[in-house]
Design a protein around this ligand. Structure first.
Ligand SMILES: Nc1ncnc2c1ncn2[C@@H]1O[C@H](COP(=O)(O)OP(=O)(O)OP(=O)(O)O)[C@@H](O)[C@H]1O
Length: 773
């Protein structure tokens, strides 16, 4: 396996002279990297001028004690740091997965005869199992980002074992289908859950080798599977011999499922934190992440987006080619199943030999420059496409197999390295869902699209043309896209670094001033609608009992800020915290439960329902506790005597101002920590505004924090303690609300004064409660 053991780690690079030449160097000759190169690589990488290291780059594998080793860790050192149990158990589970996965192909004829079905059914069952694995990826990714991963892997594997046993007991195709369904879903833990556990357990500097080692064990088992599975079936003999293959395969799976339950749970992102911050600060009690928010954020990671697009493109060729290749071998050379298997095995064995070197080479490239590591993956993929025409025009099956070898080797190396790369460019909190997102796109765009394009081509022109038309361009486009993605790696990693530093600064501040925790924090937030950025580095805080007014020009981004706080949109950069807990990726309804409540305005009431029914609907999410609902409704109504009088009238009979009161009463049912109010006074009579302001005043006195977007400067100044003035998505002023009227630019906007007033230097640092007066 990997040579990166106790032997001194050595580098076989040719410097800047092309990755493929370097790769050959790594395989043939290994010379130690110089400290100078490491140092120069590090300075080149310092992204955006920040003098911080990127995770996994340069001093990769810095010791948690704070002392970076002279070189990146060897595989053995890295494994020792994280403890060998996780690696060993996951390696074996992958091997067993592969062993079982390949069983269906080998046993297909026996199963077909035993269950009395046709070829088509068996082929469908084989393909369906793969689809189920992809379908399970998103829930598994979501679980991986939330819960202890050992028990998740243990439970999925135990379920998998049960499905393997049951496959052996299947009496008909229907039952066999369901066992395949279960096994497929259970297996879907492997990418999102196992991948994220590995990434958090072991140093970044060995991720390439870990991916390669697991790839080797999987591939080895895929190669051995026909022997093992076929051997068991043959040894037992008879029409039901195949059943014993499943019974026996299930046994080791049960044993390792039990081990998996007890795998240690590492602190999330510990290696990124260790390398960037020099310490591991843990996020105590992180609230649950929503899938939509995670996907929105992941979609903003440009490297990830490009890589996923590349894999979706490649999927057009990758999923159909094995089937097309087998059809071609049968039609063109008349090979039987066994002979076709032999042709496929040749590439698999060669991949086994090369993978360990590629893993090591990748780790070194990554340490020097992550962009080069990604370019390496692209460089492996592009030439693989060129072997397909040679293969499909080969005069005999031997040459077909020979030309297939470099193709399989290049692609299996590229794929073994993708996992480690993805784990590094995705923020550590979203690792599971990041992996899941990739599989979904690859499968649903690539595999489905590839199937749709290939089908008419096979019928019209035969498998050779179908492969050449789909695989060759798709692979070249995919490889080039991945190389293109390399442009974004530094930027994306720099973002991760910035987020880690923000977390550390926040942690330090909390240690220093534990009693001054703001109720709401918005830090360094950027947001775009599509390609149009509308918020730039927005940051502010709101304390208990404080009212903050958001003012600004039309379209400045005020409502967007409220949407981000409420969770109706996800920032592409930055953090939102409620009472110190990061809620950036928390679902809107969960935020309501946590205390971030929006006043929906007059449009937020149900006109056909009575006032009381509106309030009952408003308390819907608390319906499990009727006493609580009753108490909250009474408390809300107590603030609005006018509503009590009209409790049984339909909301449509209320005036605009009274509807606004009802909406406010409904918002208060959630016992908010922060109330977000968009346009409190819009279109209301002054007397009504006065009444509402009185209520706001009482709520403030009770300690409620509020953010109010206001068009009326008078209203803003009368209720707010502090104000932010926004212009084109940037904060131009932050300070005491009373000072607003003195600002030229505020007068220009609200009172029609000098519109050319300079607004450039009014901003104080976020979080400071500054009096500019
Ligand atoms: N759903 C959307 N899709 C695309 N662009 C949007 C969307 N919503 C808002 N925008 C744009 O984003 C920018 C900020 O809008 P936002 O509504 O947050 O501003 P605002 O300060 O609340 O303005 P206003 O007071 O006029 O409502 C504007 O340029 C707006 O055109």
């Amino acid at each position: 396996m990997d040579g990166g053991t106790a032997a001194p780690q050595r580098d076989g690079t040719g410097g800047e002279h092309g990755d493929l030449a370097d790769l050959a160097g790594a395989v043939l000759d290994e010379s130690p990297p110089t400290a100078a190169r490491r140092a120069s690589g590090r300075s080149r990488r310092s992204a955006g001028g920040a003098d911080t290291a990127l995770p996994g780059v340069g001093a990769a594998g810095a010791d948690p004690a704070g002392k970076p080793p002279a070189e990146g860790p060897t595989l053995r050192q890295g494994l020792r740091r994280g403890g060998t149990s996780v690696f060993t158990v996951l390696l074996i589970l992958t091997a067993l997965d592969e062993l079982e996965g390949a069983a269906l192909a080998v046993l297909a004829p026996d199963i077909r005869d035993s269950l009395g079905v046709g070829n088509g059914t068996i082929v469908f069952l084989g393909v369906a199992a793969g689809a189920f694995t992809v379908l399970g990826a998103v829930p598994m990714g979501w679980i991986a980002d939330r819960f202890r991963r050992g028990p998740v892997i243990g439970a999925s594997t135990a379920f998998f074992a049960m499905m393997v046993f049951l496959s052996g007991f299947a009496m008909n195709a229907f039952m066999f289908f369901w066992t395949r369904f279960g096994a497929g879903v259970a297996k879907s833990n492997s990418g999102p859950v196992q991948g994220s556990l590995l990434a958090d357990t072991y140093p970044i500097g060995i991720r390439g080798r870990l991916g390669a080692s697991i790839g080797v064990s999987g591939r080895l088992c895929a190669v051995l599977s026909p022997l093992v599975v076929g051997g068991i079936a043959a040894a037992v003999g008879g029409p039901d011999g195949w059943r014993w293959a499943y019974y026996l395969l299930g046994l080791p799976v049960v044993v390792f499922a039990a081990f998996a339950f007890f795998l240690p749970e590492p602190p999330r992102g510990q290696w990124e934190k260790t390398e960037v911050l020099g310490e591991v600060i843990e996020d105590e009690n992180p609230p649950p992440i929503s899938i939509e928010a995670a996907f929105a954020r992941l979609g903003r990671i440009r490297t990830l987006k490009t890589v996923i697009l590349a894999f979706a493109a490649m999927g057009f060729g990758l999923f159909t080619t094995p089937v097309l290749g087998n059809l071609f071998l049968e039609q063109e050379y008349g090979l039987d199943a066994f002979e076709r298997g032999m042709v496929g095995t040749a590439g698999g064995v060669a991949g086994l030999l090369v993978l360990p070197f590629v893993g090591r080479y990748y780790d070194r490239r990554f340490q020097e420059d992550p962009a080069r590591a990604l370019r390496l993956i692209g460089l492996l993929i592009v030439p693989s496409a060129l072997f397909a025409p040679l293969q499909f025009f080969a005069p005999n099956p031997v040459l077909f197999a020979v030309f297939g070898v470099p193709q399989v080797v290049l692609l299996s190396c590229a794929f073994a390295l993708m996992g480690p790369l993805m784990q590094t460019i995705v923020p550590y909190r979203l690792r599971g869902l990041g992996t899941a997102m990739a599989s979904i796109y690859v499968f649903f765009i690539g595999a489905t699209g590839g199937g749709l394009v290939s089908a008419p081509l096979i019928d019209g022109f035969g498998p050779r043309t179908a492969v050449l038309i789909t695989l060759v361009p798709a692979t070249i486009i995919g490889g080039l896209l991945i190389m293109r993605g390399a442009e974004h790696v530094h930027g994306d990693l720099a973002l991760i670094v910035a987020e880690l530093h923000e977390e550390q600064a926040e942690h330090a501040r909390r240690q220093a001033e534990p009693d001054r925790l703001p109720v709401l924090q918005v830090n360094h937030v950027d947001f775009s609608y599509g390609q149009v950025q509308v918020l730039y580095d927005v940051g502010f805080e709101v304390r208990r009992g404080e009212v903050l007014a958001l003012l600004g020009t039309n379209g400045a981004g005020k409502s967007t800020i409220l949407r981000l706080i409420a969770g109706l949109a996800t920032p592409e950069r930055g953090v939102i915290r409620l009472n110190g807990r990061t809620v950036t990726f928390v679902a809107p309804e969960q935020r309501v439960r946590m205390g971030i409540v929006s006043l929906a305005g007059g449009a937020g009431v149900f006109p056909g329902m009575s006032v009381r029914e509106n309030l009952e609907m408003g308390a819907y999410i608390h319906r499990a506790d009727p006493d609580l609902v009753r108490e909250r409704i009474e408390r809300s109504l107590a603030l609005f005597p006018r509503l009590v009088e009209r409790a049984d009238e339909p909301a449509s009979a209320l005036s605009g101002g009274q509807q606004q009161m009802l909406a406010l009463a409904m918002a208060l049912l959630h016992d908010p920590e922060v109330l977000l109010i968009d346009e409190l006074s819009l279109g209301l009579a002054p007397a009504m505004v006065g009444e509402l302001l009185e209520v706001i005043e009482r709520l403030r006195a009770e300690g409620l924090a509020m953010i109010v977007v206001e068009q009326s400067l008078n209203v803003a100044m009368s209720i707010a303690d502090r104000a932010l003035f926004l212009e084109k998505g940037r904060i131009r002023f932050e300070g005491a609300a009373a000072d607003l009227a003195e600002r030229d630019f505020v007068r220009a906007v609200f009172l029609g004064g000098d519109a050319g007033a300079d607004t450039s230097d009014e901003r104080s640092a976020p979080g400071e409660s500054v009096d500019h007066g």
